[in-house]
Design a protein around this ligand. Sequence first.
Ligand SMILES: [Cu+2]
Length: 500
Amino acid sequence: MTGLIILLCVILITIVLVQIGKVMELTGQIKGEMEVMRDNSKWNGWLSLVFMVVFLGGVILSAWAYRNELMGFGPHQGASAHGDSLDSLFSWTLFFTGIVFVITHIMLFWYAYKFRWKEGRKAQFISHDNRLEVIWTVIPAVVMTFLVIRGLDAWNTVMADVKPDEDYIEIEATGQQFNWIVRYPGPDGKLGTRNYKLTTANNQLGMDFNDPKTWDDVTPGQELYLPVGKKVRVRIIAKDVLHSFFLPHFRVKMDAVPGLPTYFVFTPVKTTTEYRNELRKYDEYNTPADPADPTGPKRWEKFEYELACAELCGKGHYSMKRVFRVVSQEEYDEWYKKQESFYLTQIREKDEDPNKGKVLDIEVGMRAKAFSESIKTAVESTNITDKTLTLQHVYFETGSAALTADSRYELDNLVTAMTAYPSLVIEVAGHTDNSGDPAANLTLSAQRAASVVKYLTDRGVGAGRLKPRGYGDTKPVAENDTDENRAKNRRTEFTILSSI
Ligand SMILES: [Cu+2]
């Protein structure tokens, strides 16, 4: 409907203009050409002045009306340590170019008015004027020098890389059509290596899982956290076409170029909450965020630091938005603790895992931590069912009581626990599934329990604190109906008999 009305208006205006033209032609014929030209140039001159006033007034008024939406003004001061230096650079540039803009526009329209056509008026020719040449060369040169020197100074500060002994977090942003994949290092603080040849549908970054540094790397979901006041170095990479890593509120923008890694270092100095509270002071931000829901949250409440792509990289360019949330160090640590390793959750033990079947250092550490926590719970619990724990990673060779090599990791955790709780007495129980002869199962389970006990006594745990027992297939934890369930029943458990 609106489109139709606009079209009708355009047609009507065109008709009116054509009619005015015709009328003027007729008046010209009646009045005589000279008179018409005089009239026309007088009108053109005056209209130039009117246009100048409306145009310059419009520019100034709109800038004033939207001043609190502009970067660098009102509530939108830079939220990073270097933000102010760039803002001041922009303000100075705006100051000088603003003066030139206003003066040249006044002159343009004023001269169009002043030197409008008049009968008998002749143009004045100036062949050369040294003084004028000097003025319009020297003034821009001085202003440019001032701006360029300040710009270089800001550039050197903003683009400085981190020093080796500095405390910073390094993250990585990879642009692709059409999203940003952001990677954080794991607890080792280092990002693992990548090789584009390893890129697959599951491993979009081409992370090299032969490099232990990749094992703990995380690729968080939509919301990304950063601690306030901590230096962040972002490695910027593109996988397909040019993208641009753009965090407008932090005055961070760097192209992501395929095949040429770039970086940007910045320090967020304002948390998301602080920024929201700043916005809250302005009327513009106290209006509903969603006009369809007048009682809903206000604009300031919905504010988030956004990561965008500032390069027109294709059809889905607009959808490359991510949210960065700047929080206190404590909140950041809390969030970071919840992030899970990409490798351990998405790749581990799948076909793509080059370490399939091997126990990794990172897992040994994680399992030891989990083990000591669960044994602590078991010792402290008064509930009898909590006192029995399954050894999750203890295995035997098929049909034998010989422990597999990788079983040692968990058994060593048990040795540690027995040392940590010197009064602990446990029953070590072997269980099998129901395949084969029950009597043979019973013997095998007893032998397996004895192997575990031997492993422990060999490492200094007193034999009196360990009671081996074989249960065969008499105590299944699942129906023996599927391979998976049978595997659950083949297990080694230990029960805390006494811990005082
Ligand atoms: Cu892009």
